[in-house]
Design a protein around this ligand. Structure first.
Ligand code: NAD
Length: 294
């Protein structure tokens, strides 16, 4: 059993923390939002008011925060985790953030004798609740080996992607594929409508042909073919368009910094930006089909 400080108990963090509690770990939760704390308490969790207090006595610190700004603040700010944690503490940041921030925080942590991993996830709130997330992990082999048994309580597929920042790199590459492929699948369904081809028929064919992809077979953007997809519940998230836009922006920033050509990623970012600006940022990202349909 480890003593774990869990910082950021939102849509994803809360169910992840609950799975660690169920696995018998001693979890001390921290969040700036009192409503998040109340939810943790209702699940049998313990609240600690300040991140530095929880970090100072933790074996492991897990963070699940909105973006790079909050990650920098929590780890490197006044009373930050990096200053407070004892040497040898394992730090696991599961937030989706930019590669540069992940590497900068890891470098500071290493200077203090801490082990740091960037470990963003795929699988959404459903995967967080079921404990079936995919973790893409960047950092040293030593840190990865220590983290595996903890991550296995929250996820099913855990991949060591390489050194610091490569977990974040994997996440934005993956989500760029997803953002682009959801648009491609949406355009195909709209074209099918105009050509008199039934949604179900296109699904039956493409899900077994070379057009097959996750956006088609698991998260189909039209109601009917995949009963669990958000299209069947008026595009309630799921994974919001605003979150997809955040990840596509991270991907574009990374592509520019690295000199990688990502034209379709840029076009996907523009479309999701327009979709979110139309007031649908809180809707599931697969709802982009309605925006494309016009
Ligand atoms: P969320 O906004 O629901 O949760 C973030 C939590 O962090 C909130 O409870 C907030 O109060 C807390 N917080 C913010 N600043 C803090 C601070 N300084 N100290 C302590 N707590 C603080 O977001 P989420 O949906 O749980 O997503 C978290 C991360 O996971 C994001 O980086 C997101 O991109 C990524 N992600 C989300 C999903 C999804 O489907 N929601 C899927 C994969 C990855």
């Amino acid at each position: 059993m480890a003593r774990i400080a869990f910082i950021g108990l939102g849509n994803m963090g809360l169910p992840m923390a609950v799975n660690l509690i169920k696995a018998g770990h001693q979890v001390e939760g921290v969040d700036v939002n009192p409503a998040a704390i109340d939810k943790l308490k209702a699940e049998g969790g313990v609240n600690v008011e300040f991140a530095h207090v929880a970090a100072a006595r933790a074996d492991v610190v897990v963070t699940m925060l909105p973006a790079g700004k909050q990650v920098r603040e929590v780890y490197l700010g006044n009373n930050g985790v990096v200053t407070a944690a004892q040497p040898g503490t394992l730090l696991i940041d599961c937030s989706t953030i930019d590669v540069d921030t992940a590497r900068a925080v890891a470098a500071e942590a290493e200077k203090k004798g801490l082990l740091m991993l960037d470990a963003p996830v795929s699988g959404g709130v459903g995967g967080a609740t079921a404990g079936t997330l995919t973790f893409m992990v960047g950092g040293s082999a030593q840190a990865f080996t220590r983290a595996e048994s903890i991550l296995q309580k929250m996820g099913k597929t855990i991949v060591h992607a390489g050194g610091a920042g490569t977990g974040q790199a994997a996440k934005i590459c993956n989500n760029m594929i997803l953002g682009i492929s959801m648009i491609a699948v949406s355009e195909a369904f709209i074209m099918a409508e105009k050509l008199g081809l039934d949604h179900q028929k296109l699904f039956d064919i493409s899900s077994k042909s070379s057009g097959q992809c996750w956006a088609m077979t698991t998260y189909c953007p039209v109601p009917g073919p995949v009963p669990t997809s958000p299209a069947n519940r008026d595009y309630q998230p799921g994974f919001t368009a605003a979150m997809m836009l955040k990840d596509l922006r991270l991907a574009q920033d990374a592509a520019k910094a690295a000199g990688a050509n990502a034209e379709l990623g840029a076009q996907a970012e523009r479309l999701y930006s327009a979709y979110a600006d139309s007031g649908e940022g809180g809707r599931d990202f697969s709802g982009i089909i309605r925006f494309i349909r016009g």
